[in-house]
Design a protein around this ligand. Structure first.
Ligand code: IMP
Ligand code: MG
Length: 183
């Protein structure tokens, strides 16, 4: 595996930081941990589109519990203030989570603002519990106090792509995670 590859779409170089095997192994571990932590319960997984999609598809197959899956769409507000109005429930209606155990499924937590707003919003619906499950976390980029209970990998502050994560809409289909590098 070469350390630096280029995509035909954008011709921007990136370096692979997590390969398919590493990611698959870690997602298996996370799924088993969640299965054990919530033994005897059912969970509602709420995916944050679009970055969650590949991770969601993989992790649900490692969670041996009764599960339901919902999605929320949020604009990418990393450089601006995020508000509840930026979120929309896929399908139109808020998921029925009163008294349920909720797992927010994210591709990546960066400043933590998006996840934090979503948690505040969902708490009004009175779930029994609510936790974050993210494939990637950038702990040193957090700008709000947020507890990430289930993280696949901690990464640095570099912009990363692949495994569902995009740069300007591209690269979501890469089966590994890469870090953008200077041309
Ligand atoms: P936050 O609200 O700052 O935590 O940002 C979370 C969202 O920003 C993620 O769901 C991604 O859509 C996007 N994002 C943050 N960092 C990256 C990155 O390195 N690559 C791709 N998307 C990112
Ligand atoms: Mg994005």
């Amino acid at each position: 595996m070469s350390s630096v590859e280029e995509t035909k779409a954008k011709s921007k170089p990136f370096e692979i930081i997590l390969d398919k095997e590493q990611i698959a192994a870690r997602i298996g571990q996370l799924g088993r941990q969640i299965t054990s932590d919530y033994a005897g319960e059912s969970v509602v997984l709420i995916g944050m589109l679009k970055g969650c999609m590949v991770f969601m598809a993989d992790i649900i197959r490692h969670i041996s519990l009764m599960t339901e899956v919902e999605f929320i769409s949020a604009r990418d507000y990393r450089r601006e203030r995020t508000s509840e109005d930026d979120l929309c429930y896929v399908g139109g209606n808020a998921p029925k989570i009163a008294g349920r155990h909720v797992l927010i499924v994210e591709g990546i937590v960066d400043t933590g603002r998006t996840a934090s707003i979503i948690i505040d919003k969902l708490k009004h619906l009175e779930p029994a519990s609510i936790e974050i499950v993210t494939l990637l976390d950038k702990p040193s980029s957090h700008r709000v106090k947020i507890e990430v209970k289930y993280r696949g990998f901690s990464v640095g502050n570099d912009f990363v792509i692949g495994f569902g994560l995009d740069n300007a809409g591209a690269y979501r289909n890469l089966p590994y995670v890469g870090r953008m590098v200077e041309d």
